[in-house]
Design a protein around this ligand. Structure first.
Ligand code: F0G
Length: 372
C-alpha cells in the first residue's frame, strides 16, 4: 500500500512521524539497488565495495528522496508554487513532484553547464524554467530572495524536509546490509545536503541502537569546486567560497549552503574530506559504466575518492565501503560521449570504449567485428 512501497516513507517514523498519509506526494521513490562490485573494489584497492545506485530513483537521482519530503510539506502548508536553483537534478525532481501535486514548479538554471538530460526533464515535466546568466551559487541567492518576496516555497536543500527524506538512503543501505554498518560511506559533495543528511541519519540510527558503530563519512569534492576540502585542510578553521569549475556540473558549487551541517557530519562520524581531479572523476566513471552499473560524472567521485583514500592508507583494504552513486548514466550524455571520443578539453580518455564506424557494407562490418 502506498506510501509504504516508498523507500522513503517506509521509514516514516524516522522522517516525518506525524504526517497524514493522504498528504504524501510519492512516486514512489527509493528501493534502489546496492551492488557489490568486486571489479571496482579491486581497482580502488579495497576488499568490499558496494555501490548504492541512487540514479535508480524515478527521475534518475537521489533528489527524489528529498523532493517527496519537500513537496509533501509544501502541500501541508498549502503552497501553490515551489522553486529551486539547481545544477539540474534537484530541478528535474522538483518539476516532476510539483506536477504530481498540481503545483507550479519554478526552476532557476545556470545558463551554461547544465547537462542535457536534466534540462530536458525540467521542460518535460512542465516546470517554469528560468535560464539565468549566473552560476548555481548566485542562483540560489536569487531564488531565495525572489521566493521570499513572492511567497513561493523554496525546495533547495536549505529545506529541512528535503534532508529528512534523503536520510532514507542510509536507512535503506544499512538495512540491505542486514543492519551491519559498513566502515565507510563515500559520497560526492556539492551543496552538502546529502552528506549532512547522512550524518544525521547515521547518528540517529546509532542513538536508537539500530547500529552498533558509526560508519565514517568521506565527502569527495571535485578539485575545482572544493571549498569544504580546503576548509578541512585547515581543521575547519578557515572557510572561503570559491568560483567553481568542474566537468561534474552537478557539483559545480563554490559556496555550499549546508557547509556547517556537513562539518558537523564529519565531526560526528570521524569523517574525512578528499578532492579528486576531473580526469580522476571521468576515469572512475568510465570503469563504473563499463562494469555495467553506470552513473553520471559527479557520482563517480565516490569511486575515485575511495581509490584516492585507499592509496593514502586512510581507507584500509579490509574495510567495507558503501559508495553512493547519486545520478543516472543518461543524465549527461555529452560528458560520456565527449570522453570516449576524446572531445573534452583537458581530459583524455584513459579507458576509451570503442565507437566504430562503417558504411552500409557487410564485408566492412564483418571485417570490423571479426576475431583473430
Ligand atoms: N551528485 C549529483 C548527481 C547531484 O546532482 C548533486 C547535487 C550532488 C551529487 C551533490 O549533492 O549538493 O547534496 O552535496 N545536485 C544539486 C542539484 C546541487 O541542483 O541538482 P549535495
Amino acid at each position: 500500500e502506498p506510501p509504504y512501497n516508498s523507500g522513503v516513507w517506509r521509514y516514516k517514523e524516522l522522517i516525518y512521524p506525524d504526517i497524514d498519509d493522504s498528504l504524501i506526494v510519492s512516486k514512489p521513490e527509493g528501493n534502489t539497488n546496492l551492488y557489490p562490485s568486486p571489479k571496482l573494489a579491486r581497482w580502488t584497492g579495497v576488499d568490499k565495495l558496494y555501490l548504492k545506485h541512487e540514479g535508480e530513483n524515478p527521475t534518475g537521482s537521489f533528489k527524489d528522496r528529498g523532493m517527496t519530503g519537500g513537496v509533501t510539506q509544501a502541500r501541508v502548508l498549502g503552497m501553490e508554487r515551489v522553486a529551486c536553483a539547481s545544477t539540474g537534478n534537484t530541478s528535474a525532481a522538483l518539476a516532476s513532484y510539483a506536477a504530481l501535486a498540481d503545483m507550479e514548479g519554478i526552476i532557476f538554471l545556470q545558463n551554461k553547464a547544465i547537462a542535457l538530460g536534466k534540462l530536458a526533464q525540467g521542460l518535460a515535466y512542465g516546470a517554469t524554467c528560468l535560464r539565468i546568466d549566473a552560476d548555481f551559487d548566485r542562483n540560489l541567492e536569487l531564488v531565495r530572495e525572489v521566493s521570499d518576496r513572492l511567497g513561493i516555497y523554496v525546495l533547495n536543500s536549505v529545506n529541512p524536509f528535503r534532508l529528512e527524506g534523503q536520510k532514507s538512503i542510509m536507512f535503506e543501505a544499512i538495512q540491505q546490509l542486514r543492519w551491519q554498518a559498513p566502515d565507510w560511506i563515500v559520497c560526492p559533495g556539492g551543496n552538502l545536503g546529502n552528506s549532512s543528511a547522512f550524518g544525521k541519519a547515521l547518528k540517529e540510527l546509532y542513538d536508537l541502537g539500530l547500529i552498533d558503530r558509526l560508519p565514517r563519512i568521506a565527502i569527495i569534492q571535485a578539485e575545482g569546486a572544493s571549498p569544504l576540502y580546503e576548509s578541512y585542510l585547515t581543521g575547519f578553521e578557515d572557510y572561503e567560497p570559491q568560483k567553481a569549475d568542474t566537468i561534474a556540473t552537478a557539483i559545480k558549487i563554490g559556496n555550499p549552503v549546508n557547509y556547517q551541517k556537513a562539518v558537523r557530519a564529519i565531526k560526528w562520524t570521524n569523517g574525512v574530506v578528499e578532492s579528486v581531479t576531473d580526469q580522476q572523476i571521468m576515469d572512475a566513471k568510465a570503469l563504473i559504466d563499463r562494469s555495467g552499473i553506470g552513473c553520471e560524472p559527479a557520482s563517480a567521485c565516490s569511486v575515485a575518492g575511495t581509490r584516492k583514500l585507499a592509496e593514502k592508507g586512510i581507507i584500509q583494504p579490509h574495510e567495507t565501503v558503501v559508495g553512493i552513486l547519486t545520478g543516472h548514466v543518461l543524465k549527461d550524455p555529452d560528458a560520456t560521449i565527449g570522453y570516449h571520443s576524446n572531445m573534452l578539453e583537458d581530459i583524455s580518455a584513459t579507458y576509451p570504449n570503442k565507437l566504430l564506424q562503417a558504411g552500409d557494407n557487410i564485408d566492412e562490418i564483418i571485417h570490423l567485428l571479426e576475431r583473430e
